[in-house]
Design a protein around this ligand. Sequence first.
Ligand code: PLP
Length: 364
Amino acid sequence: MKFNSALKTITSYEAGKPIELVVREYGIDKDQIVKLASNENPFGCSPKVKDAVREIIDNMSLYPDDSMVKLKNALGQKYGIGSDEMVIGAGSDQVIEFAIHAKAHNGSKVLMNSVTFAMYEIYAKQVGAVIVRTASREHDMDEFYTLYCEHKPSIIFLCTPNNPTGDAIDADAMLSFIEKVDNDTLVIVDGAYMEYARFKDPSKAVEPRELIQKFENVLFLGTFSKAYGLGGMRVGYGIARASIIKALYKVRPPFNITTLSLEAASVALEDEPFVAGCIVDNFKEMKRYEAFAKLKGIQLIDSYTNFVTLSLPEEKNSSQIAQALLKKGMIIRDLSSYGLNAIRVTIGTEVQNSRFFELSEPLL
Ligand SMILES: *Cc1c(COP(=O)(O)O)cnc(C)c1O
């Protein structure tokens, strides 16, 4: 059967291997497996969230509140924005999809960093858009500007902190760049890890409210999947001026967030101390990775997230190392599909991280 020809150049997104698959494929005991592959919060979510979800479990039979009042109020309060300035998606992934479908079409250009989140390209290609990438591994705002002038893209993605490398853009440099972009170009600032950057170095953090006050063409993305520990609930959001949000609503399917997910995300925002504690622990544990990398003489990219990326020397092959670790029950991310000889490791609990050091010591 012939499919939409735009699909020809798309490679399906390769998600981190679920634990159950490793149990089946390698016959390893479930509790012997450590998954540090998808940047999930190793402490899960706030216990208050679990209680709240249990409390409304009987509502599963009811369609969710499609106006999402509770979550929108909670987000509105957190960020100081109005409910007409946000859209909720099944993960911020879905908001990326909305944005591309609303703005790009066949032949549109979409500008992004050389190495960045894989879904931008996948959604852009679905509509036949042309991908333009920078050359440098880290976001270089001067290079972005040069490519912007040359290609006049309809969408620009800035992923800060960036996945899968962990580095972040200097906020002032980013704001000066956006100032030079015309208002018909949609600039998407993906802040999936912004909670971590804000803690580690405020000069790398941008506030969504400031962004949308300054710019009429910016869409900020946030998610509950990382710091808030709700990856399994699939909730993310986009924040922008009402004129952009209105367009995104036209491509949004109704009831795109489940009743239980809406409750979980709303209550997660009520327990900020839980998230703050996880972030403190994250950076404490990151120091151990830094020490480990130094000891092994491996380059660790300075990270503003809940993962570290280890650039391996030529003689160590990232795919082979990831595979060898997998056989021992340690799931991490090989970055060879991004053109990097590197591995990405989500920072886990103290015990999980120790296990990573122990298992990878003889390999690295
Ligand atoms: C995880 C991630 C997302 C989206 O995650 P969702 O689970 O769909 O909310 C978006 N962008 C980046 C850079 C990510 O790492």
